[in-house]
Design a protein around this ligand. Structure first.
Ligand SMILES: Cc1cc2nc3c(=O)[nH]c(=O)nc-3n(C[C@H](O)[C@H](O)[C@H](O)COP(=O)(O)OP(=O)(O)OC[C@H]3O[C@@H](n4cnc5c(N)ncnc54)[C@H](O)[C@@H]3O)c2cc1C
Ligand code: SF4
Length: 341
């Protein structure tokens, strides 16, 4: 690991000033992703500004919705009563990620900014445009079993790994950020993460030094019918091959509103808008779920080794919608054993 400067920010303005002024500086949340990447020599920040003790850890009502502090831990967030009662989909998605110990360290801001798990990105001996722009993409014609089937470019075929973010995409969350001189902006979740295009080194649309202060959730009509389904190779410490956040509002059995977001298939959480449009006004039947999933997956562009993801994603969409119809997010949540904040 290379030497770096470490400081604990006394207040947000100091933290934002330090990171904005130094392109090699990074915020440090729980460190569960950034420190790993530094140990592997993948990321080499010269300065870390620890923001984990800043007072942005509240989860509170805001208008008709709820605001989640960026420095609140994943465990605290998933166990919070406001979240469990009003946004069970979010709690279910968070609890599907990592392990109790990691969720206890990981912050919400850090979770949104976690980096891809592409093995070429982690191996500094391999070409990777995300790690080192201009070196090529090792995965494009390499081992790309875990990679994207939507929205990739010749420059990068990586997927984005967060579970929490897939639920936030389905819930139309808004990310609140602060920059130098107290400048604030609100970024709708769909615009927060980026597709790789020509600049895969950029995971999201934050500018250098912009600090996530909170994530706002609008009032949720979907609480009673929502579900997060994660398909992975083993049941803990594994990232999603494919995941689905599904949520419905129905009138009897007729679908009035529906949200479907996919994880593990693209460089950002992928809103299945074709399937959503297809389902509006239809009955909530297996046949209709199947047709909607097929309509969405028709546009998939699998790589050499991940064709299986097309069939997997279609089946996962059907199962997640069925789980949502049965009110699954309320029914299956377990409390985390610990919830430090
Ligand atoms: C073994 C293992 C298994 C895992 N499994 C899963 C899984 O199944 N699903 C899943 O979703 N995740 C999984 N994770 C990832 C884990 O969720 C992330 O590492 C964690 O959420 C990152 O949060 P952190 O606070 O530790 O971030 P850090 O590592 O501290 O930071 C990550 C990035 O976010 C930036 N950052 C932090 N806070 C802010 C802020 N407020 N504003 C702007 N930038 C900020 C940092 O500068 C850094 O670039 C796993 C991790 C490990 C180690
Ligand atoms: S897929 Fe993206 S992260 Fe993986 S090797 Fe290619 S450029 Fe790097």
């Amino acid at each position: 690991m290379r030497p770096f400067k470490y400081s604990t920010a006394p207040d947000p303005a100091t933290a934002i000033g330090l990171v904005s002024a130094n392109p090699t500086a990074k915020y440090l949340g729980g460190g569960t992703n950034l420190v790993d990447l530094m140990k592997e020599d993948v990321m080499r920040p010269a300065e870390l500004v620890d923001v984990s003790r800043l007072k942005y850890a509240k989860i509170e009502k805001k208008g008709s919705g709820v605001s989640i502090g960026a420095t609140a831990t994943n465990a605290f967030t998933a166990n919070d009563d406001l979240i469990r009662e009003n946004y069970p989909l979010l709690a279910m998605a968070i609890l599907a990620g990592a392990s109790a110990q990691i969720r206890n360290m990981a912050t919400n801001g850090g979770n949104l900014n976690q980096r891809t798990r592409c093995s070429y990105f982690y191996d500094v001996n391999m070409p990777c445009n995300k790690r080192e722009p201009g070196t090529g993409c090792g995965a494009l014609h390499g081992v790309n079993k875990n990679h994207a089937i939507f929205g990739w470019s010749e420059k990068c075929v990586a997927t984005y790994p967060s579970d929490m973010a897939v639920a936030l995409a389905a819930l139309n969350a808004v990310v609140q950020v602060e920059g130098v001189n107290n400048t604030k902006r609100s970024i709708p979740f769909a615009d927060f993460h980026r597709l790789p295009g020509d600049h895969p080194e950029l995971d999201n649309n934050l500018k250098q030094g912009e600090f996530i202060t909170s994530i706002d959730l609008p009032a949720n009509k979907f609480a009673e019918k929502s579900y997060y389904l994660k398909i992975r190779e083993r049941s803990s410490y594994a990232f999603a091959l494919v995941s689905v956040a599904a949520a419905l509002v129905t009138d009897g059995n007729k679908i009035k509103e529906v949200r479907i977001a996919l994880g593990g298939v693209a460089h950002k959480p992928w809103r299945a808008s074709v399937a959503e449009q297809w389902l509006i006004g239809k009955h909530a039947t297996e046949a209709n779920f199947k047709a909607a999933a097929a309509a969405e997956l028709k546009n998939a562009q699998p790589l050499q080794h991940n064709k299986y993801k097309v069939a997997l994603a279609a089946k996962a969409i059907i199962r997640a919608l069925e789980g949502a119809m049965q009110g699954g997010a309320y029914g299956t949540m377990e409390a985390d054993s610990t919830s430090k904040n």
